[in-house]
Design a protein around this ligand. Structure first.
Ligand code: GTP
Ligand code: MG
Length: 335
């Protein structure tokens, strides 16, 4: 009977694996969507160069870090050399230019934490946010994309986690839950921690890529094609990893003392980061260190109400994966 039970369990795991892989495949943006985005970006750059001939546009965020699902909005950074730019002024000017070019829903949000112009292209249906000189975001986008090249399980896990977070309503920083960027960092950290490790820690390796942005030195090993197969000694499958990921955040993470750090590939203490007290609006109830802006805690948006919501959702997910006979349906149920 034991053997029969074990075999049933293996069948269930195989089924769950297949289900997760199917969800992952269905979320990958088709090649033609990427092409459309590139073309749109080029036409946008041409338009912008009429006013600022030296300016360049860069994609960042999920459309460039390989963690974007089909039909996401695109994030664009306008890089203007002039160090003295007045961002609100440029944004208003930019909004003007875009509006006269028949782009829709043009809106300048000059007072946001990251000031942006929003717009929608009626021809392609692409929505996009444009920010100015946010080079750090372009660099961390590259870091995420480089990690994704090392082991396909990162992209699979991150897609499932993002899909879960969106379905369950825990992917909104304005509501005190976590950004997609934070979830991807949680996935990278988690795969760095597996034994054998599935991902290395690129920032602890020899420097092959280095830029200085806003006085922050961003350096890491970026020759990731040399690291393919890094995690191949670890045979865990996506179903096992998703289960372990939620178990970690539900039952093993030390919320009182621990800070997760992709930069060092392990855990730091809140104490050494001086993240033990609330300062202004920054509470540190779940601590996720930004890989380059190391004083930046991606969990700072989480408050004493939303930490409860988050932890209950982690526990719900872990329990479903443990006990539910048809976990895939329940896991992504809209909240
Ligand atoms: P989706 O749009 O949800 O698919 O994900 P995304 O990867 O575009 O993530 P998000 O919109 O959360 O963030 C966009 C980019 O902003 C990230 O990829 C980072 O490069 C950058 N970023 C840097 N710091 C922060 C931060 O504190 N919060 C957020 N949200 N983004 C940051
Ligand atoms: Mg985005």
């Amino acid at each position: 009977r034991m053997l029969k039970k074990q075999m049933q369990c293996c069948l269930d795991i195989d089924r769950l694996n297949a289900a997760f892989l199917a969800i992952y495949e269905s979320l990958i943006p088709p090649e033609e969507e990427k092409m459309k985005q590139e073309l749109f970006l080029m036409s946008l750059e041409k338009l912008i160069n009429k006013e600022w001939p030296q300016a360049r546009l860069y994609l960042y965020g999920s459309c460039a870090n390989s963690f974007g699902v089909s039909k996401s909005d695109i994030d664009v950074c306008l890089a203007i050399e002039d160090a003295e730019v007045n961002k609100p002024e440029v944004l208003l000017k930019l909004a003007d230019i875009l509006q006269s070019d028949n782009l829709q829903n043009v809106q300048a949000l000059t007072r946001a934490r990251v000031p942006i112009v929003k717009l929608m292209d009626p021809v392609t249906g692409i929505s996009c946010d444009i920010c100015i000189n946010n080079v750090l975001a372009v660099v961390n986008t590259k870091l995420l994309r480089d990690y994704a090249q090392i082991d396909v399980r990162l992209r699979q896990l991150a897609f499932i986690v993002k899909h879960w977070a969106k379905s369950r309503g825990v992917n909104a920083t304005y509501q005190g839950t976590l950004s997609s960027y934070a979830y991807v960092l949680m996935c990278i950290h988690f795969l760095q921690q597996r034994r054998p490790a599935i991902l290395p820690c690129l920032q602890e390796m020899r420097t092959t890529y280095s830029v200085t942005v806003d006085d922050i030195q961003c350096a890491y090993f970026h020759q990731v094609e040399k690291l393919r197969g890094f995690g191949s000694r670890n045979k865990e499958t996506i179903a096992g990893l998703v289960w372990a990921f939620f178990n970690y955040w539900a039952y093993s993470h030390d919320y009182t003392n621990a800070v997760i750090s992709v930069r060092i590939g392990s855990i730091l203490s809140k104490h050494e980061k001086e993240w033990t007290r609330r300062i202004g609006n920054d509470r540190h109830l779940i601590c996720i260190e930004d890989p380059f802006e190391i004083s930046h805690d991606l969990g700072r948006v989480v408050d004493k109400f939303s930490i409860k919501v988050l932890r209950e959702e982690f526990e719900r997910a872990a329990d479903i994966l443990q006990y539910d006979p048809n976990p895939c349906a329940t896991l992504f149920e809209p909240y």
